[in-house]
Structure formats: structure tokens, C-alpha cells
Design a protein around this ligand. Structure first.
Ligand code: NAD
Length: 352
């Protein structure tokens, strides 16, 4: 079905309110999820509602938790999300880091114990809106791993996202925001719900043989997702695990740590005020000139144009704001069921 972004936001807000979230938190989470749908990342959009509702009802996700500063060493802050909505406590940790970077020129924030942070680009965009450059290394724990290391067959990590953002004067920022697995697990879930295959090269079955069937991630015998970019993507995933999980969160995917049905994200953030380098205008003019130079490249065969990171999301957003957001039947049925579980009795009438 096709649904307009405002209607979807108000529906998602109602679901989180029914599940016991305070007004502001319900709205923030709903806006974050719908923004992910608008930007084309349905894997991190309202399709996460069933998992969030389940985790609220089982006590794993604390819908009213706030971020708590546990250590403040000037340029280095450690902030505990206390298993609140990542979209709320991660945002609060990012705001603290931005304020500190404005004061000192740089801030390094360990944002730990967040429930799912969703689309990591949101925190980068928050930094860019304040004129900051930022880098984010995130690990994902609390459940069994899904991603095999390069050259390995068994699952050892998760889809550990990496993000880096550069603001641009007067326009949207450059946003590199990606899972370090060949594709995001949520995209495998969306393909599974739609009953379609995933692109070749992303999955292996339980024997380590390549497959395009998303089933291997959801039913036994389990296969695994591989890293993107062979050994290079794997290397970046390891850094997300060690900086996000080891340093910021003190909780990596190694088997002695808790694995239940939780979704916990730890994020290592480096936030830099480009003005502290002393040449803000020159930096901005170099960014603009370089982006123009990249855009002027003649497209290769099979491509319509050369884009910069973050541009596909801007294009999809512009289109979906006009055309609406497409949600497949199976995902919508799961969302409505979760909404009813949360206590939204008339959930089935939304979107009809
Ligand atoms: P993707 O592969 O769609 O895009 C990755 C990056 O490549 C983006 O920055 C995009 O702008 C850029 N890009 C894509 N096509 C391009 C082109 N033609 N030219 C230039 N740049 C281009 O993203 P993904 O790896 O599927 O990740 C999806 C989302 O999942 C991200 O928002 C990520 O933060 C999120 N995620 C979250 C978690 C979590 O636990 N919170 C885990 C994994 C992923």
C-alpha cells in the first residue's frame, strides 16, 4: 500500500504512545523511522515497529529513558542511553557532543547502551545541521551475530554501521551511511517479507555456499551475511566492533557477553568543528568545488549520472514526499499486529 509521510508519522506516534512512550519520545521515534522510509531505507523505517513494541512490552526497551553522562573528561564524554529509544538517547548524546565540539573544536563521545539507533545518518545530519563534521562507528549486540568475517563461514558480528558526514553551506550534507555487511539485515528482512531474492554476493548458506535466498537468515539451517567489499569492508566492521563496541560500549559481540532478543547499539562518535581549523571559508569552497568536479564526471555505461554520498537518499525523499511511501502487505500486517499488541485498538483502520 502507499501511504503519505504525515499520516504514517501520526500512526507511528500513536503506536508508541499506546505502548507507553512519553509524547515527545513517541513523536521523535516516529519521525526518525518515517524519515528512513522517505530516504529509501525501508529496512530502518516503520518496519522496525514490531521489534520496538515487542522490546517495550518485554521490558528490554525503556520508552522514557534519558541519556545519562557517566564520564566527562572535557573532549571525551561517555553517555549511557540506559536502553532508551536510540532515536531519543542517541540524539541527546549527539547534542552533548556538538556543544562540546563547539567549545573545544573537537569532541569524542562514547554513546553506549542505546536501544536500536535506526539510521545512523540521522546523527550525522544532526551534526551537519550544527555545522560539524562527524564520524560514527557503531556495533550492534544483544542478540546472536549474523555476519561472517571475510574468509570465514560462521557468524561472528552483526551489520555494524559506519557513517561520516560533511556539512555544505546552504544545502544538504554529504552523508556516507552504510552497513558494513554486504547489505543491511533489514533489507534481507524486507526481501523475505516480499518473497523476493536478495542480490547475489550478499549471503551464504549453512555450507558456506553463495545463495540469493533471504530464508537462510530466518530459518534453520542458518547461513550468514558476508561483509561488503571483501577484506576492506570486513576491516571496517572490525573497527566498528572495537571502537563502537569495545571502547564506547564495553560490549562487543564476543560470546561471553549477553545475547538475548535485545537490540543494543553502541556508538563511537568523533565530532569536529571545521571552524577550529581556522580556514572555514576555504574548507567550504573546496568542498563545493570538489563536489562540482565529481558531478561533472561523464557517467559510465549503465549509469545515468555520478552522485555523491547522500544524494540517492535526497532523490528518493523528494519522490516519496510527493508519491507516498510504499509498504508491502506482509510488513504492514506485522505493523498493525504490533500496534494492536501495544493497545491501539483501531490500528487496522489506519491506511485503509
Ligand atoms: P546503502 O548501501 O543504500 O548506501 C550506502 C551509502 O552509499 C549511502 O551513504 C548512500 O548515499 C551511498 N550511495 C548509494 N548509492 C550511491 C551512488 N550511486 N553514488 C554515491 N553514493 C551512493 O546503505 P546500507 O548499507 O544498506 O545501509 C542502510 C541503512 O541501514 C543506513 O542508514 C545504516 O545506518 C542503517 N543501519 C543501521 C544499523 C543499526 O543497527 N542501527 C545497522 C546496519 C545498518
Amino acid at each position: 500500500m502507499l501511504i503519505n509521510a504525515d499520516q504514517l508519522t501520526s500512526f507511528a506516534t500513536d503506536v508508541f504512545l499506546a505502548a507507553g512512550a512519553p509524547d515527545e519520545n513517541a513523536r521523535l521515534v516516529a519521525e526518525h523511522l518515517v524519515e528512513a522510509n522517505l530516504k529509501g531505507h525501508d529496512s530502518h523505517g516503520v518496519g522496525m515497529i514490531p521489534a520496538y513494541v515487542n522490546n517495550i512490552l518485554t521490558g528490554l526497551l525503556k520508552p522514557d529513558a534519558r541519556a545519562n553522562v557517566v564520564s566527562d573528561k572535557g573532549a571525551v564524554l561517555v553517555v549511557d542511553g540506559q536502553f532508551g529509544f536510540g532515536q531519543v538517547v542517541g540524539r541527546q548524546a549527539t547534542a552533548l557532543g556538538i556543544a562540546r565540539a563547539r567549545e573545544l573544536g573537537v569532541a569524542c563521545v562514547g554513546s553506549r547502551n542505546n536501544h536500536h539507533l535506526g539510521r545512523i545518518g540521522a546523527y550525522g545530519e544532526q551534526c551537519a545541521a550544527a555545522g560539524m563534521v562527524s564520524v560514527h562507528f557503531v556495533n550492534v549486540v544483544g542478540h546472536d551475530p549474523q555476519v561472517s568475517p571475510w574468509g570465514g563461514r560462521e557468524r561472528r558480528m552483526t551489520t555494524n554501521p559506519f557513517c561520516a558526514v560533511v556539512p555544505r553551506p546552504g544545502t544538504w550534507p554529504i552523508v556516507l551511511d552504510m552497513a558494513t555487511s554486504a547489505i543491511a539485515l533489514g533489507k534481507v528482512r524486507v526481501a523475505h517479507n516480499k518473497g523476493v531474492d536478495v542480490p547475489a554476493g550478499a549471503l551464504v548458506d549453512h555450507e558456506g555456499k553463495p545463495t540469493t535466498s533471504p530464508k537462510v537468515m530466518f530459518s534453520e539451517p542458518f547461513g550468514s551475511l558476508g561483509p561488503f567489499g571483501e577484506h576492506k569492508g570486513y576491516g571496517l566492521a572490525v573497527l566498528c566492533e572495537l571502537l563502537g563496541g569495545g571502547l564506547a560500549g564495553e560490549w562487543t559481540a564476543q560470546p561471553e557477553n549477553l545475547r538475548s532478543h535485545h537490540i543494543v547499539n553502541h556508538m563511537f562518535m568523533l565530532i569536529v568543528d571545521p571552524a577550529a581549523f581556522g580556514g572555514l571559508e576555504k574548507f567550504q569552497s573546496e568542498v563545493t568545488a570538489m563536489v562540482d568536479y565529481l558531478h561533472s564526471t561523464t557517467p559510465a555505461a549503465g549509469f545515468d549520472k555520478v552522485r555523491i554520498p547522500g544524494e540517492p537518499e535526497q532523490e528518493t525523499r523528494a519522490r516519496r514526499l510527493v508519491e507516498g511511501i510504499e509498504i508491502d502487505e506482509s510488513s504492514w500486517a506485522g505493523i498493525v499486529k504490533a500496534a494492536q499488541r501495544a493497545g491501539l485498538a483501531d490500528a487496522a483502520s489506519y491506511g485503509s
